[in-house]
Structure formats: C-alpha cells, structure tokens
Design a binder for this molecule. Structure first.
Ligand code: PGA
Length: 242
C-alpha cells in the first residue's frame, strides 16, 4: 500500500465520464509533474481506461472512480476490487456526490465499498459534502457528521484512507466557499473525533489554477480533488506545479 505519510499533499484528478485514448495520450504528453516529490498526483480516468492509463503512467498514480462492494458474483456491470488490483490501481474515489445523488448510493454502501478497498490495500478517497439546501438550512455540520460516522468503515485509519470535503453546490458550478469557510469546515472534520485528527483531508469543488494555491495552502487542507479543471493538461499542470 502507498504510504500516505510520505506525501505532504494530494492532487486528485476526477475525469468522470470524459476522455478517450487520444485525449489520454495528449494529456500525458503535455503534463508536467511537480519536482517536489512530496506532492502526490492521482488521475482517475473512466474504468475502461484504467488499464491504459496504468500502463502509461509516468510519475503519477492512477485511481478508479468506483468499485463494487461485492468481491465477485452475479453483479452485472460492476467493477470488482480484484480487477483494480489486476491493473495496479492504488486509489479509488468512494461516495462522490454524483454517485450519491444520481445512483442513490447511501452511506452504508460507501462504507462497504471503502472497506473492501482498504482490505485489499487500495486507498479509498471518501467524499462527503452538503447540498445547497442543507447549507441554507444551516445544517452543514450535522450532515457532515452523519456522513463521517456512517461512511467511514471501522477498518479505516489515517494510514489507509483519504477524506475529501466537497460541498455539492460547489461541484462544477464555479462557486466555492470562502477560504475561511473551507478552513473551518476542514478543522471541524479533523476534530470530529480523535481518529480523524491525522487524516489527509482534501477539498473539492470548482478548484482551478486561480484558486488552488490559496486553498491548498490552508493549514487544514491536504490537497484537492479536481474535476473540470483536471481535464485541461495546462491548467492541471498549473494547479500541481511547485
Ligand atoms: P469540479 O468537480 O472541480 O468540476 O467542481 C469536482 C468533483 O466533482 O470532484
């Protein structure tokens, strides 16, 4: 398993349902990785492209966007953790708000998916975050508390799990919380219980070259999960650069 404590920060590109072979070739060609090896760069392409990405990776890690909570069996269309191991995949996003909202994934499923990953030495990047409605109702911390309590498996520790705070209303919208709000929420997550104190906690939601540095320099932020801006190699390079 990757030793998370070897890295000071994590930059995770979530390509969602985008990209093809030509795109990947061009992206890798144009990408410049940071000289600072304490920055860990992870790219999460579609599951169909994991193999190609893994074979062509050069200085970055490859992550999946989803995994089945089942080891194997009659689960048409699912991706098993063993398939990820076959392809040398080190990370996997779980609980992304698009999985929660569009595919109705619940905390208990996210918990099982994260657990099967941990048991197979793949690092889950467990996403939590409030919707706009929940933010407006002033219940952000209650929502996060519930997600943290129910989606993080007992097998999880700071050595095998990453948390990503992604306010749902900030994803793909160009909106972000203020810098103070991000820091406060990350501190809230960190202090939620003793166990979370040492976790790596990433921020996600409309991270781009123009705001990445300010966000990732915050004391309670250990990196970023990047969607739209990670599809442009030049912009992604600017986000991860030294
Ligand atoms: P965004 O997406 O950077 O396009 O807002 C982030 C994510 O969905 O993880």
């Amino acid at each position: 398993m990757i030793k998370l404590s070897d890295f000071s920060s994590f930059f995770v590109a979530n390509w969602k349902l985008n990209g093809n072979f030509q795109f990947i070739d061009q992206f890798i060609n144009n990408l410049s990785l940071p000289k600072d090896h304490s920055k860990c760069v992870v790219i999460c392409p579609t599951s169909i492209h994991l193999d190609y990405m893994s074979k062509n990776k050069n200085g970055f890690y490859v992550g999946a966007q989803n995994v089945s909570e089942h080891e194997e069996g009659a689960y048409t269309g699912e991706i098993s953790v063993n398939s990820l191991l076959d392809l040398n995949i080190n990370f996997c996003i779980t609980g992304h708000s698009e999985r929660r909202q569009i595919y109705k994934e619940k905390d208990n499923e996210i918990n099982l998916k994260s657990d099967i990953l941990i048991r197979n030495s793949v690092i889950p990047i467990i996403c939590i975050g409030e919707t706009l409605q929940q933010k407006e109702k002033g219940i952000t911390n209650i929502v996060l508390q519930e997600q943290l309590m129910n989606s993080i498996p007992i097998s999880s520790s700071f050595e095998n799990t990453i948390i990503a705070y992604e306010p749902v209303w900030a994803i793909g919208t160009g909106l972000t919380p203020t810098i103070e709000e991000i820091d406060e929420t990350h501190q809230f997550i960190r202090e939620h219980n003793d166990k979370l104190n040492k976790y790596k906690i990433l921020y996600g939601g409309s991270v781009k070259a123009s705001n990445a540095r300010e966000i990732t320099d915050l004391p309670n932020v250990d990196g970023a999960l990047i969607g739209g801006a990670s599809l442009k190699s030049e912009e992604f390079t600017r986000i991860i650069e030294d």
